[in-house]
Design a protein around this ligand. Structure first.
Ligand SMILES: [Zn+2]
Ligand SMILES: [Zn+2]
Length: 347
């Protein structure tokens, strides 16, 4: 089992997952050879090569569990950073703090098609993927040990992906990550000053200015953030205020499938197959608030879930690592204009 260690200097937890560095050779071979559907453990028909499924969407009635016919499939990561079974066992080690590596680490196979990525998927398929993420989030929130559920996607080797078949991941942690706490605090401070949601304000500003908008649907707006850290960074904000991604409606999901697919195709048109990370930012698990209770009383009103898409075109280097300061060589207004004007075909 891995261990969570608290860094008292930086005020953040680190997962020491020593087991994961010894990955079986077969996975590394698959990663470096990039494989084909024949060797791909995520392709339909190869279900026995993954741990048993937690969730499958789209399989016709009567279909066999852990058999083909699914359109999105979720199972525990074979090499988990955190595991569900066990006690948190928070304890001191001299002046330090540690706890057992309790949490959840799941893989979501985005599609039954062995294609390049999100840009190749029709809106209905992206919708199913995001539905699976919502269902898993709601389920994981029932576990009061799990304080934060992070849905993310690594696309491309530089962004951390080891398998080519489009897939996403969920890692649920027994602590609220430091970056999330920082964002929650920013949102709460804004709300206390103005009695308005920071993200609703940002959305209104972006819609009025228009120059950083990438694309819009009925329920979502994709734009290049004012202070983008990375070239072609994109935020996708729901127009309707809501703090918890788990509360998305069927209509939201259908529209999100269209919006996220469109963003992926525009990025593909401009940046080709550039590596990127897709991140969901949502409220922590309110059921699991312990010492945090009382800190975020206005969470429902002050926080607003959203997606971030971060292309990895530049390397995070010494200055960024040392200061959390970023140097972005592309103005967000320029990036948005390129993406807006890109010609895309919809699958
Ligand atoms: Zn595959
Ligand atoms: Zn809002």
């Amino acid at each position: 089992m891995s261990q969570l260690r608290y860094d008292p200097i930086q005020g953040r937890w680190v997962i020491i997952a020593a087991d994961r560095s010894r990955r079986p050779r077969d996975l590394q071979v698959t990663a470096s050879s990039s494989g084909g559907p024949l060797y791909c453990p995520f392709c339909p028909g190869h279900e026995s090569r993954t741990p048993p499924e937690i969730l499958a969407l789209g399989r016709p009635a009567g279909g066999r569990r852990d058999g083909p016919g699914w359109r999105v499939r979720v199972f525990p990561n074979k090499y988990p950073a955190l595991v569900v079974e066990g006690e948190l066992g928070r304890h001191g080690v001299g002046i330090y703090d540690a706890m057992h590596g309790i949490g959840a680490h799941e893989v979501i196979v985005d599609t039954d098609q062995h294609v390049l990525g999100l840009a190749e998927l029709p809106a209905a398929q992206v919708e199913l993927l995001m539905q699976a993420a919502a269902e898993r989030m709601r389920d994981l929130h029932r576990d009061r040990r799990l304080k934060y559920v992070q849905f993310f996607k690594n696309h491309g080797a530089i962004a951390g992906s080891t398998l080519t078949h489009p897939h996403s991941q969920i890692i649920a942690t027994p602590v609220i990550p430091r970056l999330v706490i920082a964002e929650l605090n920013q949102a709460r401070t804004h709300y206390q000053r103005k009695e308005r949601c920071l993200f609703c304000d940002v959305l209104q500003e972006e819609l009025e200015r228009g120059e950083r908008i990438v694309c819009e649907t009925g329920r979502f707006v994709a734009f290049a953030p004012w202070a983008s850290r990375f070239p072609f960074e994109i935020m996708i904000l729901p127009r309707r205020h809501g703090s918890d991604y788990g509360t998305v409606s069927a209509e939201d999901l259908a529209d999100l499938g269209a919006c996220l697919g469109e963003v992926a195709r525009r990025l593909r048109a401009v940046l080709l197959d550039a590596p990127f990370n897709l991140l969901l930012h949502t409220a922590p698990n309110a059921e699991a608030f312990g010492s945090e209770r009382g800190l975020w009383k206005t969470l429902l009103w002050d926080y607003h879930w959203h997606l971030e898409l971060l292309p990895r075109l530049t390397q995070v280097a010494g200055f960024e690592a040392g200061t959390d300061f970023y140097i972005n060589p592309v103005a967000p207004e320029e990036a948005a204009r390129f993406l807006r004007e890109a010609e895309v075909e919809r699958p």
